[in-house]
Design a protein around this ligand. Sequence first.
Ligand SMILES: C[S@@+](CC[C@H](N)C(=O)[O-])C[C@H]1O[C@@H](n2cnc3c(N)ncnc32)[C@H](O)[C@@H]1O
Length: 239
Amino acid sequence: MTAPAFDTPLHIHHGDCIDYLAGLPGGCIDLVVTDPPYGIAYKTGHRTEPHRFAREIENDRDLSVVEAVVPHLYRLLKNDSACFMFCAWKRQDEVAEILAGGGFTVKNRIVWDKGTTTAGDLKGAFGYQYEVLMFATKGAPAIRGKRWPDVWRHMRVSADKLHHQNEKPVPLLEQAVLSMSDPGDTVLDPFMGSGSTGVACLNCGRDFVGCEIDPGYFGVARDRLDAESAQGRMFAGCF
Ligand SMILES: C[S@@+](CC[C@H](N)C(=O)[O-])C[C@H]1O[C@@H](n2cnc3c(N)ncnc32)[C@H](O)[C@@H]1O
């Protein structure tokens, strides 16, 4: 009998996900929910140095890390499973092409309606209120539970509660996790940042495998997941 790929329900790794994923056996993941660098060299203009978020994240200059990770995601996923991947509206066509080139079928471009607008070109463009969540499949997985429309509305994390400059709200991630996996399944987020997908998995009773290259954010994710696990919040919250 082959040993399971992960010996604990919560498995997080500090380092480059491309190297890490290359060492994992194919077919060990039930669902990918991930938020990679958008390839837009984002650095908030809203705040000034030395604010903790006034810097770019790693690998945000282009989409090369997305191109590198997609073949691994496809290989690691079981047959008839799904991948949710956030991306910038400006680069959504390129991300869809990368996913399709890696073997996935892009089924939806879900709109995450953030409830409020974010800063940007305050005088020359309308307020930015959504981000894109690609829903792509390997084979033909079925949606669990309700068939939601393709606009998902969840409020952004308020500035005073942010763990990460690009943090996604846990209820939004729970909606993805619950829609395309079953209790006890293993969910992968190779770009976990502050570990929000891991928190969603704890809340929904899924196992979690996460990776983060930035030592500061890895520490934030580890502490956050430690605290959440200690609270024993399994199955506590659903979107
Ligand atoms: C958009 S952020 C994810 C934020 C996360 N969804 C959250 O709620 O906190 C993307 C993360 O990917 C990390 N990253 C970039 N390149 C990476 C790589 N090759 N391997 C692992 N992590 C990487 C960045 O450091 C950044 O924290």
